[in-house]
Ligand binder design. Structure first.
Ligand code: NAD
Length: 487
């Protein structure tokens, strides 16, 4: 049952093993509004003993029948879960926007609508699966290829899109018959209690979904837990590398969705008004706190001044304010520490010739909340810190280039390779440029992550793929049974 005994702001129980259970310790997480800087809720923080219980419950669910459930049963559970999440959409989006500053209109799109779509997408894939395939061998006999769930999954998620990034793991994991222990970031925990209510209401079998809110230490404990069979991580490259080492020690499969410093390549035939309109989402979505954000804008020298003017007008024209106000286009960044980090990068922006053409400070009239003005630096050398490091805030670096080959060279001169965009009035030309960019995903004249296509990074942006049927394969273990000839 959903926890209806206590208001969301004062929860006392954790969702483990299909029930609301008392936490093992009395540690709590204060939930702070990015807009008011006030504590708006307090929820229990899981401890190592809670993780032990959650992993044991997830294992019991595997052994108790979920691993051997039919595709139709998995699809039905996922569809009921999607319905229950959808029924809580308003509360979920308000919780996310309050915590991390995401404009509410974006939260409605990506933290409820998109997340529900993702669960339903995997429900459909789950239902359509053939778990056993008889395959003829060129050697004259047949093999039976079986797709089995990999087992207990540790899903570790960041604070920027907490619901969707949990569902990118939960959807395919449940479709494959795995059970999951989700560890949300302490920066966004409130929504996880609503998601657990949804799981309870939907009758997700006990232990198939568990939530253990907590910080890095708890995440590290979960990653190295002997009862975990796979780790699915989204977060920073530094944490991802540490997790990869732990998983390597145990030969534990791991998927890593990490940071980025993606390029928007504006070709010399691009329609600038549509470029800046598109960059609102591609570069500034969620106040720049988006892994695949195009924060390097590669502008053609032949139209450089014109591009700068368009970007300056765009950045200074954005409505900055309360993320719960539907008119807001840019909200605060997620925390005080994070704003200090973003401001540290802005302070280094003029290194190697960078020139501030928009923003650079805190917006007038917003004395509370962790706001940063939408900021644009022009004339940035691609070797400068603000062109190489992930800032994770509303800060763009404009870099001039000579021709298409030069643009591709600059785009690829990065340790990351996660997203990207190419803008042109000739989509075929843009697609050809996109082929040259070393990145896991790239959009032509826009950027929206497709549910049905693999998403992930190359280089320091990660390992493995989420989304699409490819993600499902990541939660499956294959067994081949070689059948006797003539059988
Ligand atoms: P983070 O790496 O600090 O934390 C992410 C999650 O991992 C949190 O739940 C945290 O508690 C946990 N964690 C941190 N260190 C850990 C460890 N050693 N072992 C186990 N768990 C650990 O990242 P963040 O600040 O929460 O999120 C921002 C980062 O996430 C950015 O770098 C962003 O690019 C990245 N991100 C990537 C994607 C993607 O799909 N590639 C999507 C969103 C965010």
């Amino acid at each position: 049952m959903p926890d209806t005994t206590t208001p969301l702001q004062e929860r006392h129980a954790l969702y483990i093993g299909g029930a609301w259970a008392d936490p093992a310790s009395d540690a709590r997480i204060d939930v702070i509004s990015a807009t008011t800087e006030e504590v708006v809720a307090s929820v229990p923080e899981a401890s190592e003993a809670d993780v032990d219980r959650a992993v044991a419950a997830a294992r019991a669910a595997q052994d108790g029948g979920w691993a051997s459930s039919t595709p139709a049963e998995r699809a039905a559970v996922l569809n009921r879960f999607a319905d229950a999440v959808e029924a809580r959409a308003g509360a979920i989006t308000t919780a996310v926007s309050t915590q991390n500053g995401m404009p509410i209109t974006l939260a409605e799109q990506f933290e409820s609508g998109y997340a529900v779509g993702l669960i339903r997408y995997y429900a459909a894939l789950a239902g359509a699966q053939e778990l056993e395939e008889r395959r003829p061998s060129p050697l004259g006999f047949d093999s039976l290829v079986r797709r089995q769930p990999v087992g207990v999954v540790a899903a570790i998620v960041p604070w920027n899109y907490p619901v969707t990034l949990a569902m990118t793991k939960v959807g395919p994991a449940l479709a494959a018959g795995c059970s999951v222990v989700v560890k949300p970031s302490p920066g966004t925990v409130l929504d996880s209690f609503l998601m657990a209510d949804a799981a309870a209401e939907a009758g997700v079998p006990a232990g198939v979904l568990n939530w253990v809110p907590g910080g890095r230490k708890l995440g590290a404990y979960l990653v190295s837990h002997p009862g975990v069979d796979k780790v699915a991580f989204t977060g920073s490259t530094a944490a991802g590398k540490a997790i990869a080492v732990e998983c390597a020690k145990r030969l534990r499969p791991v998927s890593l969705e990490l940071g980025g410093k993606s390029a928007a390549i504006v070709l010399d035939d691009a329609d600038l008004p549509s470029v800046v309109e598109g960059l609102h989402f591609a570069s500034f979505a969620n106040n720049g706190q988006t892994c695949a954000a195009c924060t390097r804008i590669l502008a053609p020298r032949s139209r450089y001044d014109e591009t700068l003017q368009a970007l300056e007008a765009f950045a200074t024209g954005l409505t900055v304010g309360d993320p719960l106000d539907r008119a807001t286009q840019v909200g605060p960044v997620a925390s005080q520490e994070h704003r200090a980090r973003v401001e540290g990068f802005i302070a280094r922006g003029t290194e190697r010739g960078g020139r501030l053409i928009a923003g650079g400070g805190r917006p007038d009239g917003l004395d509370r909340g962790w706001f940063v003005e939408p900021t644009v630096f022009a004339d940035v050398d691609n070797g400068a810190t603000i062109a190489q490091e992930e800032i994770f805030g509303p800060v763009l670096a404009v870099i001039p280039y000579d021709d298409d080959a030069d643009a591709i060279r600059i785009a690829n001169d990065s340790r990351y390779g996660l997203g990207g965009t190419v803008w042109s009035s000739d989509p075929a030309r843009a697609t050809q440029v996109a082929r040259g960019v070393e990145t896991g995903t790239i959009g032509v004249n826009g950027y929206v992550i497709d549910l049905n296509a693999p998403f992930g990074g190359v280089k320091d942006s990660g390992l493995g793929r989420e989304f699409g049927p490819e993600a499902l394969a990541g939660y499956q273990q294959l067994q081949s049974i070689y059948l006797p000839a003539g059988d």
